[in-house]
Design a protein around this ligand. Structure first.
Ligand SMILES: NC(=O)c1ccc[n+]([C@@H]2O[C@H](COP(=O)([O-])OP(=O)(O)OC[C@H]3O[C@@H](n4cnc5c(N)ncnc54)[C@H](O)[C@@H]3O)[C@@H](O)[C@H]2O)c1
Length: 471
């Protein structure tokens, strides 16, 4: 019998007295070793993750560090705005003595953020915020540099939460979250730590939705800075970043031709707008589904067809969910899809495509290649799911390009500085950074790109601050 990966080798030592180490194998890019455990008279075979472990890290393979360091260097060369912040932090040390616990996608760009915070005087511990988004080479590079890091691509749910708890054990003064799992875990299981937490920073829309629900229930106990709500985050990262990288993920998983396809984009928010625009750019016929009147109107005026999912489902070739909501694609839809339909999700959690429902309808399931699963339904039609329904841009590709993450992560770094400066003055609610900080980030990025603006003349300044002048 081959079981799922178990939690740790030590568990096995406790449970079984004898085992023989047999073989190395790889599943979904995660390496396991196969062990035979002899328990007379039955022989059991267990698969156990092999991780490189030390006191301050648990990563897939430290030997990947060299590649990780080169990728981080490449990211740095495209994140000039963040490098300016890093340089200032090196001099001013605004985060001196601050412990920062992060649950963010462990990518090369996040590594640049980690190095920026450390340059500012902080101690940092990091884990992932999604089981499929870690770049193993980057995690190895961070571990090799002595940074506290627990993450690998393909984490089990047990490991995901075990790692989150390593971050909690680090006793952070500031938390940085992408999706609110760290904050939620602290509030549910470690409320004793909250008195020492200055603030938290949240990176994504889904996290903000959860935090606002916590605030409404009066469950939120420390201030949370909604970094996602910076204009230099959601209007750039969600739009241009998710737009490009979502298609990148689908292309790497399938190598499908977009031109001439009916591409259905569910959700016309900051991300969905970007995805729809880029799909059209590749020659697809894009159809948008929405539940919000204004967003539907925007989609229509932007030139897309808008209709309910039930009306388009039998004609769609590629379906992309990016709503932050659950079960956008469900049983009634799978049954109506045409043979060969491709499904991908770029929303934060793997709940937008009802995979459990799809499995229940399926007579056969095969992994065709990494990040592409085929489901054969009882009507003999095949449906293909990219990246196990997890955010396809990080599961099947590398996430957003570094340039766009530069402004997002300037937001994170400056939010940490803001939290320290305003320690004790912020209420336990979801707050946004002052407009000037957002402006400063945009200015840094423009400067990095060598783009100059016009300046208001004195006459224009006077006109804009007066009311007397009219028709
Ligand atoms: N993949 C990534 O790298 C990445 C990056 C940023 C954000 N995100 C995530 O993407 C999701 C969307 O983020 P956003 O910033 O675009 O949010 P948003 O709130 O701006 O947009 C979401 C849109 O989905 C619509 N919607 C909700 N339920 C729907 C339904 N049943 N059918 C059709 N439309 C529906 C909403 O009306 C809204 O217009 C979130 O989960 C966010 O965390 C992912």
């Amino acid at each position: 019998m081959i079981s799922q990966p178990t939690s740790s080798l030590s568990d096995l030592y406790l449970n079984f007295s004898i085992f023989v180490h047999i073989n190395y194998i790889s599943i979904d890019n995660v390496q396991y070793y196969e062990e035979k455990l002899y328990e007379c008279p039955v022989i059991t075979v267990q698969l156990v993750n092999i991780m490189d472990k030390g006191q301050h890290y648990e990563v897939k393979d430290l030997k990947l560090a060299e590649q990780g360091l080169m990728n981080i260097e490449l990211a740095e060369s495209h994140m000039a705005a963040l490098m300016v912040v890093k340089k200032r932090f090196e001099k001013e040390k605004p985060l001196k003595g601050i412990r920062i616990g992060m649950a963010l996608h462990v990518t090369k760009e996040t590594a640049v953020l980690v190095k920026t915070l450390i340059a500012g005087g902080a101690q940092v511990a990091i884990t992932g915020c999604n089981p499929l988004s870690t770049q193993d080479d980057v995690a190895a590079a961070l571990a090799q540099e002595g940074i506290h890091v627990w993450a690998y691509k393909g984490e089990t749910t047990d490991d995901y939460y075990r790692y989150l708890n390593h971050i909690i054990d680090f006793k952070p003064h500031i938390t940085i979250d992408d999706g609110c799992d760290l904050v939620s875990e602290i509030h549910k299981k470690h409320p004793n730590l909250i008195s020492d937490i200055i603030a938290g920073c949240e990176e994504t829309t889904t996290g903000i939705i959860r935090l606002k629900a916590m605030q409404k229930d009066k469950a939120l106990k420390y201030p949370m800075i909604a970094v996602n709500d910076n204009k230099t985050k959601h209007l750039l990262d969600n739009y241009y970043g998710t737009g490009q990288s979502t298609l990148d993920g689908i292309l790497r998983a399938t190598n499908i031709l977009f031109a001439g396809k009916n591409v259905v984009v569910a959700g016309y928010g900051s991300c969905g707008k970007g995805v729809a625009l880029r799909a059209r750019g590749l020659g697809a016929n894009v159809i948008v589904t929405e539940v919000n009147h204004f967003r539907a109107l925007q989609a229509r005026y932007d030139g897309f067809t808008v209709m309910p999912m039930s009306d388009i489902v039998s004609n769609g070739d590629i379906f992309i969910t990016v709503t932050g909501n659950k079960h956008i694609l469900r049983k009634e839809h799978f049954q109506a899809m045409k043979d060969g339909a491709i499904l991908a999700n770029s929303g934060h959690f793997d709940i937008e495509i009802d995979l459990k429902g799809l499995k229940e309808l399926s007579e056969n399931q095969r992994r065709m290649r990494p990040f592409l699963d085929e489901y054969t339904l009882s009507n003999d039609r095949r449906v293909y799911v990219c990246g196990e329904g997890r955010l396809v841009n990080l599961a099947a590709a590398e996430g957003h390009p570094s340039e766009v993450m530069a402004t997002s992560f300037c937001g994170q770094a400056l939010a940490c500085e803001y939290a320290v400066k305003n320690k004790g003055k912020m209420m336990p609610e979801v707050i946004t950074l002052p407009e000037e900080i957002d402006e400063q980030i945009a200015a840094l990025q423009l400067q990095a790109m060598g783009i100059h603006l016009d300046q208001l003349t004195d006459e224009q300044k006077k006109y804009l601050s007066s009311w007397e002048e009219g028709t």
